[in-house]
Design a binder for this molecule. Sequence first.
Ligand SMILES: [Zn+2]
Ligand SMILES: [Zn+2]
Length: 335
Amino acid sequence: MKTMRLFQSGPAEENRLQPVDLPVPQPGPGQMRLKVLVCGVCHTDLHTVEGEIHPPRLPVTPGHQVVGIVDTLGPGVSGQIKPGDRVGVPWLHGADGECEFCRSGLENLCPNAQFTGFHVDGGYAEYMLARADYVLPLPGGISDEQAAPLLCAGIVGYRSLRLSDLQPGERLGLVGFGASAHLAIQVARYWGCEVYVFTRAPEHRQHALELGAAWAGGAEDSPPKPLDRAIIFAPSGKLVPPMLEKIRPGGTLAINAIHTSPIPEMPYSLIYGERTLRSVANATYQDGVEFLRLASEIPVTATVTLYGLADANRALLDMKYSRIVGEAVLKIGMV
Ligand SMILES: [Zn+2]
Ligand SMILES: [Zn+2]
């Protein structure tokens, strides 16, 4: 099967993913094999390729926003999902189900959690394996290309909205306007929130206004009114102090990033007034179930740019330089 595989991390400019032909994998106990139709390209893939986060083993096949058709079930797999069904594979490949985090519905924090395209091979390939108890059934009426960005950008954006404590009707700031923010804004608007978007690229500001932002500007600009909540999607710690300045007492700033540059030293007054500063780490299975239901109810529309599997390096590079409006999606197989 055709695969784009990472053997050694390094700058995306050096086309680090190599095209290789691998045997189609066989599902083990508790696993299912999927024929991959499309796979979204996430910032986490770029961090993995560039070595800002380190997969436990190399080589590895990235990709964790996978829409595929169930092809073969491994031993002992039973349940609702059957061969021929269309499913989604998210970032969380699986957790141990036994630790205090798993037992309290926080398996995203499980010390033994494994992630797709990081601990195990992901969807930059024609076939992949997934844990049968972690794949997400996909609602009908949504195309493969539209579904892919929902599976990480969408789900993690939804968790960020929840963890930002956002209440209906509040004023929300979104910092960075790529794959995740362009989906989160649609949920926030659905909840009746006024959304202020902070991003550099003019085409991203335009995209935000088209999706119903009340205002779009730069992180150095002041919004017309103080914000109740904000979410930082850009992997840049230096955005934390200027965003805290824009948040009212008692408000929340959530950081949705698996990696960011250091947060500079800042005066206590920025967080005094009972402001909350928190990170968002991964997402739970339940986040996926809830968000996919909500996304089809709203309905959320993803803006996508399609690439072939062989163009995965170019997709990563376009994302690195913010040349993509919405999300890059690799078109890999057909039913
Ligand atoms: Zn656990
Ligand atoms: Zn992701």
